[in-house]
Design a protein around this ligand. Structure first.
Ligand code: ZN
Length: 184
C-alpha cells in the first residue's frame, strides 16, 4: 500500500527511538491514507513529515521519552460554499510525552498543556500517528478565499475556521473518527 516507504521503516520502538534521539522523515501522498482519503475532494496533496525522538533526564533520576512530529503539506477539500475542491495548507508540530499505558496517558493529557500524551510501543506505527494528526489539522470549514458563491454567510464560515479557536481534545476527535469507522 504505502509504496514509497515500507511498513518496517515506519514502525518504530518508541523507547529505543527516543533513547537514540532518532529521526525519521518522508513524503506521503494523502490518498494513501485510508481514513484521510474519505475526507478529500481531490487526488492531489501530500505531506512532508518528520518524527524526532528525545529522551530527557529527570532531576530526581530516571527519564522521560518524547516524540516530536512535524508535518507540512497541502490537501484538497470540498469548499463549504460551492463544494468544489479547494487546496488548503496543513502545518502542524506536536510534542508528545510517551507513557506505558493508556490510563497514564489519559491522566497526563488532562493535566499538561505543553505536550500531548501518547502510549508508546515496541511496534509503534508512525504513519498512523501522522494520519491522525493530519486529519486533526484539516480546517473545519474549508472555503475558497474568493469563492464564486461567497455571500454574507461567508464571514460566518470564516469565523468557525479561525485557527486561534480552542483545539478540541484530540482523543475525543479520534474516538469519533474510529467509532464511525470500520469496526468489525
Ligand atoms: Zn468555493
Amino acid at each position: 500500500m504505502a509504496s514509497r516507504t515500507g511498513p518496517s521503516q515506519t514502525t518504530i520502538d518508541t523507547a529505543e527511538f527516543a533513547r537514540r534521539g532518532a529521526n525519521l522523515m518522508g513524503v506521503v501522498a494523502l490518498r494513501e491514507f485510508d481514513r484521510m482519503r474519505d475526507l478529500l475532494a481531490g487526488e492531489h496533496g501530500e505531506l512532508r513529515w518528520e518524527l524526532r525522538g528525545e529522551r530527557r533526564a529527570r532531576h530526581e533520576g530516571g527519564h522521560d521519552d518524547y516524540l516530536e512530529l512535524s508535518l507540512e503539506g497541502t490537501a484538497q477539500l470540498a469548499c463549504v460554499r460551492c463544494l468544489r475542491p479547494v487546496t488548503v495548507e496543513l502545518r502542524e508540530r506536536r510534542l508528545y510525552r510517551l507513557f506505558a499505558t493508556e490510563s497514564q496517558a489519559l491522566r497526563e493529557d488532562a493535566e499538561v498543556d505543553e505536550h500531548d500524551a501518547l502510549v508508546g510501543s515496541a511496534r509503534f506505527d508512525a504513519l498512523a500517528l501522522l494520519e491522525d494528526e493530519a486529519i486533526l489539522a484539516l480546517p473545519i470549514a474549508p472555503r475558497h478565499p474568493k469563492c464564486a458563491l461567497a455571500g454574507d454567510a461567508g464571514a460566518r464560515d470564516a469565523a468557525s475556521a479561525d485557527p486561534a479557536a480552542p483545539r478540541e481534545n484530540p482523543f475525543a476527535v479520534l474516538a469519533r473518527i474510529r467509532g464511525g469507522g470500520k469496526e468489525g
